[in-house]
Design a binder for this molecule. Structure first.
Ligand code: NAD
Ligand code: DAO
Ligand code: ZN
Length: 389
């Protein structure tokens, strides 16, 4: 407590290079800050997007990671909401409870520390990480690829210690995002017909939310993730079957592989659903599928929610008449959850057995193997990998 901790972290020294396990120095928390011992972390696309140099605002060297679970090691002056020993989930969208965003029931986009978080720094404009005398940037305000990390108190959700951190770390990003998109952002109603574009962790969590909301038809849309196999029909069908099986276990009632159809996916869906879906969700990050998802909505009332994060500079398009005739385009960040309030509730829901989390974990690694978690993600083999410290 009050001292610099030397520990292991996976450092991203530069874009497009594998992470390197290094001994780093983590400074004690300053006023309003919390130092956390990370026990487990998920690996998600945003980590890889930044590591691969696709994020023009990505800063190096840095400590990536934003889907973590840990235990409070020490607290800075003035911290009142957590204590050493508390189990916590780091939050990349904070909840200060007094900015105009926090005071509005319409959004979860707390902006209290937005500027410094985007610059890879703590709210006082400095970093808590260094390695061999070099300062390392924070990432998404969380930096969970380190045995210890420091966060502002407003970016920490205190959760029930009965919940296993190697599972509930996933409640730091992918699962709340998809589940909340269905429940909070779209507000799916009983009896709805829904299409979910992309059945990774986010899409499966959308499916889970739609099922809970009572959707009647949930059409899971995904392509063969193994690009090398395209054209080998037997293999394609087998993979479709595997996807159907996975998506079904989360609540999908039908599966659609766009590669098995000549018509545009929106047309296939409109034909399948007597005019279109009540709700669609884009969980890929591709502007073409964003358009398809909007146009697969029913005239008059269909709502399409964008969850996928498109590559930098990409723009969406459709004919404005699609909106004039009553389709609605929406978007969501972290599923609309006000983070410090929402995440502990989701942990309770998981503990009560009412929410799947364990099934999302398809691979586990230890910190020294973290680059393998990126490999299986790129190969489309994993739903989520969890790295345990
Ligand atoms: P993932 O890669 O695990 O899943 C994407 C799925 O889409 C894969 O199964 C892939 O086979 C499928 N796919 C790819 N191209 C397709 C196409 N043309 N048609 C149909 N399916 C296609 O990713 P994920 O972790 O589930 O994340 C999904 C997206 O959500 C990413 O863009 C991620 O950055 C974003 N995301 C957004 C938020 C948010 O708050 N808005 C939070 C987390 C993640
Ligand atoms: O408040 O301006 C803002 C930005 C808030 C951050 C929203 C992040 C949403 C998507 C990130 C994907 C995480 C994997
Ligand atoms: Zn706020």
């Amino acid at each position: 407590v009050g001292k610099v901790i030397k520990c292991k972290a996976a450092v991203a020294w530069k874009a497009c290079k594998p992470l390197v396990i290094e001994e780093v120095e983590v400074q004690p928390p300053r006023a309003g800050e919390v130092r956390i011992q990370i026990r487990s972390t998920g690996v998600c696309h945003t980590d890889s997007y930044t590591l691969n140099g696709h994020d023009p605002e990505g800063l190096f060297p840095c400590v990536l990671g934003h889907e973590g679970g840990g235990v409070v090691e020490s607290i800075g002056e003035g911290v009142t909401t957590v204590q050493p020993g508390d189990h916590v989930i780091p939050l990349y969208i904070p909840q200060c409870r007094n900015c105009k965003f926090c005071l509005s029931p319409k959004t979860n986009l707390c902006s209290k520390i937005r500027a410094t978080q985007g610059k890879g720094l703590m709210p006082d404009g400095t970093s808590r990480f260094s390695c061999n005398g070099k300062t390392l940037y924070h990432f998404m305000g969380t930096s969970t690829f380190s045995e210890y990390t420091v966060l502002p108190e407003i970016s920490v959700a205190k959760v029930n210690p009965a919940a296993p951190l190697d599972k509930i770390c996933l409640l730091g990003c992918g699962i709340p995002t998809g589940y909340g998109a269905a429940i909070n952002t779209a507000g799916v109603e009983p009896g709805s017909t829904v299409a979910v574009f992309g059945c990774g962790a986010v899409g499966l969590a959308v499916i889970m939310g739609c099922k809970e909301a009572g959707a009647k038809r949930i059409i899971a849309v995904d392509i063969n993730p193994d690009k090398r196999q395209i054209g080998k029909r037997k293999r394609l069908l087998l993979l479709s079957f595997i996807y159907l099986f996975i998506a079904q276990s989360f609540g999908a009632t039908e599966f659609l592989n766009p590669k098995e159809h000549d018509k545009p996916t929106q047309q296939v869906l409109v034909d399948l659903t007597d005019g279109g879906c009540d709700y669609t969700f884009e969980c890929i990050g591709n502007v073409m599928t964003m358009r398809a998802a909007l146009e697969a909505c029913h005239k008059g009332w269909g709502v399409s929610t964008i969850i996928g994060v498109a590559a930098s500079g990409k723009e969406i398009s459709t004919r404005p008449f699609q909106l004039v005739t009553g389709r609605v385009w929406k978007g969501t960040a972290f599923g609309g959850w006000k983070s410090r309030d929402g995440v502990p509730q989701l942990v309770e829901k998981y503990l009560s057995g009412a929410m799947k989390v364990d099934k999302f974990v398809t691979h586990t690694f230890d910190l020294t193997e973290i680059n393998k978690a990126f490999d299986v993600m790129h190969q489309g083999k994993s739903i989520r990998s969890v790295v345990n410290f």
